[in-house]
Design a protein around this ligand. Sequence first.
Ligand code: GLU
Length: 449
Amino acid sequence: MVHIDEKLEPILAEVLRRNAGEEEFHQAVKEVLESLGRVVAKHPRYANHALIERLCEPERQIIFRVPWIDDSGQVRINRGFRVQFNSALGPYKGGLRFHPSVNVGIIKFLGFEQTFKNALTGLPIGGGKGGSDFNPRGRSEGEIMRFCQSFMTELHRHLGEYTDVPAGDIGVGAREIGFMFGQYKRLTNRYEAGVLTGKGLVYGGSRARTEATGYGATYFVQSMLATKKHSFDGKRVVVSGAGNVAIYAMKKITEFGGKVVACSDSNGCVVDEKGIDLAVVKEIKEVQRERIAEYARRKGSSARYIEGGSIWDVPCDVAMPSATQNELTGKDARTLVHNGIVALGEGANMPCTPEAVRVFQEAGVMFGPGKAANAGGVATSALEMQQNASRDSWTFEQTEARLANIMRDIHDRCAETAAEYGAPGDYVLGSNIAGFVRVAEAMEAFGVI
Ligand code: GLU
């Protein structure tokens, strides 16, 4: 079992003390600190000048009130967040999440992860994350618009293409980005396309951004499989979730010859032995904004819906958890190992619990952690920023080719770093160290700030 190096133990103790109750943040920091022992052993200077302590403390945390009026005329209040975690490598960059579970600890864990993920892409982006405890489910288009406008009315003063560039995450897609961009433009009187990514194509969005996280995660798993002379061809795959990441992961897996037999939402999962029909999932989730149970109703006898069931009970060769944090537990991991899983790529941020990660690694399952495997979304956001800065727009093929290269590079950098630090095949260690070293070098150059 991995443990924290004794030099780093006081740092963790202090993080736990100063951020009491923020469990997901503790979990994310602990996982990174577990990997950093080997770095400080090899390069003791990284433990100087409280560099690691500074990395664990966000540069700025903004919490604000978001008042809005619902369709019945009642005033509602939500809480808005933006955690500007680290700007050593570029402007803060990371998505906005609208979900009732959002609180400062969740946003901090996501911002912390984002800092390493963004560093791994090799592109000039710092780390940040934001969102609100607003629940978009069941809200009308008018309510969503008024909420987004109110949220941006406060947030706009903290953003800028050189300062902080949000994008989408759970509950925030092209529609919400459109409402927020419109409000930003109106408030600032600036057509600053590079201030948000995930935009619509007619107003500065990038081709392939919608597909990028799911496609990128699939490319990453393909690279892992290739190291053991495997491929997706003929593999049974289970992808949890049915949102943007899951949909485009399923599409690319199918293109690579894999068969996706199950997907899910927070109510339950659907199993379709003929292979999940993506057109139906897209219609249900993106057009009708309905529950995944609808899939089984539409497909009749070929598919079954399991209300409240665990998708990880469905036997598969490859799993790609693409819903949310801690959705796959130690028990689920043991079931998957028992059923013969060979590889797993995290499409979501931190979907596997620490116990699950341990079970997979001990069983020799190839394990691609989110900060490497799902970096394709934010990498393509950085490509969107490049296109905005040069007032250019690239073809789908060009953009996807860049994405594929970036994912291959991330895979190789993680694999090489893991080998260099004496743990070949350990992508968790490789991604944490490779991400850390880039951020740390820039922070060192800046002195104590
Ligand atoms: N929310 C996505 C992530 O977790 C994308 C962020 C972005 O494009 O800025 O990486």
